[in-house]
Design a protein around this ligand. Structure first.
Ligand code: 13P
Ligand code: SF4
Length: 321
């Protein structure tokens, strides 16, 4: 067995060299690099596809690569593996988990379902494979409303694990759902007081927000949507300035698409102007190159679990086609 290449072995390479090496190795491996909008700009530059969770799941499903390099968080790479058992799926840092997904342990979710036997479970894609396997349909923030609208009104629904997205969907669809009380620490950190202050400080700016934010924040937003929907909105809106209440990594692509517009990261509090996803930022260019050189960390999913988790993902893709 060849010795794995260590971080010190590539430590002398500049950012430009790393990017060039990643591009060369990508061809050699017949790899595709998928990255979420919350990753660092240099990671987005290296990627073949940058997208929201739904676009990335779709890209993972439909490609001709042998290797998928996933720069996002664990549940995203795991979803790619569930969809592609025959492909090698690697990620720059396997410690890049999603605390929201981890806030819903399998045993507790099983007990929650057992307590409501007449309810179906629609589960946010930000969840572990084990929780997906216990669910009927997965969803993302871009298709959740559309999926719920296809469920007969008399059918009880369990929604998890994000309580803020759940509350937002209840309001939008008029459905009374049983909500798991998890939250994303990045989005839940935004508070109404500072949003009101920011709007007053930047007259003429629009507040746009991800539905993982609290209701007290969403109430002040002129547009609420997934990362891709927010991006799209900033291009279409005639406004010149936006206060962005989501992870600020998205601002890189917003600025690229609308160079003359102003994007202000929504303040977490006066001393901390941004709320950052630490896990997404673990995807660095050197770790990406290293993972491609070593072909690991590799994402694996037990076959029985994979088959069970695939069903609600397929259901989602069919229902949102
Ligand atoms: P999107 O599906 O909107 O990209 O959201 C992913 C996510 O993790 C939000 O915190
Ligand atoms: Fe998870 Fe929140 Fe990070 Fe999205 S922003 S990956 S929900 S911790």
């Amino acid at each position: 067995m060849t010795k794995p290449i260590q971080p010190g072995d590539i430590g002398h390479l500049s950012a430009e060299e790393l990017l060039a090496n990643v591009r060369d190795l990508k061809k050699e491996l017949n790899a595709i690099i998928l990255a979420h909008y919350y990753t660092l700009p240099e990671i987005q530059q290296a990627a073949d596809i940058v997208g929201d969770s739904l676009a990335l799941a779709r890209a993972a499903e439909k490609n001709t690569a042998d290797v998928i390099v996933f720069a996002g968080v664990y549940f995203m790479a795991e979803t790619a593996k569930i969809l592609n058992p025959g492909k090698l799926v690697i990620m720059p840092d396997a410690d890049a988990g999603c605390p929201l997904a981890d806030s819903c342990p399998e045993d507790e979710f099983r007990a929650f379902r057992a307590a409501h036997p007449d309810a179906i479970a629609i589960t946010y894609i930000n969840s572990t494979a084990a929780v997906k396997a216990l669910s009927d349909i997965t969803c993302t923030s871009s298709n959740a409303e559309h999926i719920i609208s296809q469920i007969p009104p008399e059918q009880k629904i369990i929604f998890g694990p994000d309580r803020n997205l759940g509350a937002y969907l209840m309001k939008k669809t008029g459905r009374d759902m049983l909500i798991w009380q998890g939250y994303c620490y990045v989005h839940d950190a935004f508070a109404e007081t500072y949003m009101v202050q920011a709007l007053a400080m930047h007259p003429g700016s629009e507040l746009i927000a991800h539905p993982e934010c609290r209701e007290e924040v969403l109430r002040h937003a002129s547009f609420v949507g997934s990362t891709a929907a927010l991006l799209d909105y900033t291009q279409k809106s005639p406004s010149r300035s936006f206060i962005v209440a989501t992870e600020p990594g998205i601002i890189y692509e917003m600025q690229l698409r609308s160079p003359s517009k102003l994007f202000i990261p929504a303040p977490k509090d006066p001393g901390n102007p941004r709320s950052v996803c630490r896990q997404m930022k673990l995807n660095s260019l050197d770790r990406m190159y290293l993972c491609m050189l070593n072909r690991k960390p590799e994402i694996t999913v037990d076959e029985k679990l994979r088959e069970a988790a695939l069903k609600p993902i397929r259901r989602m893709l069919e229902m949102s086609a």
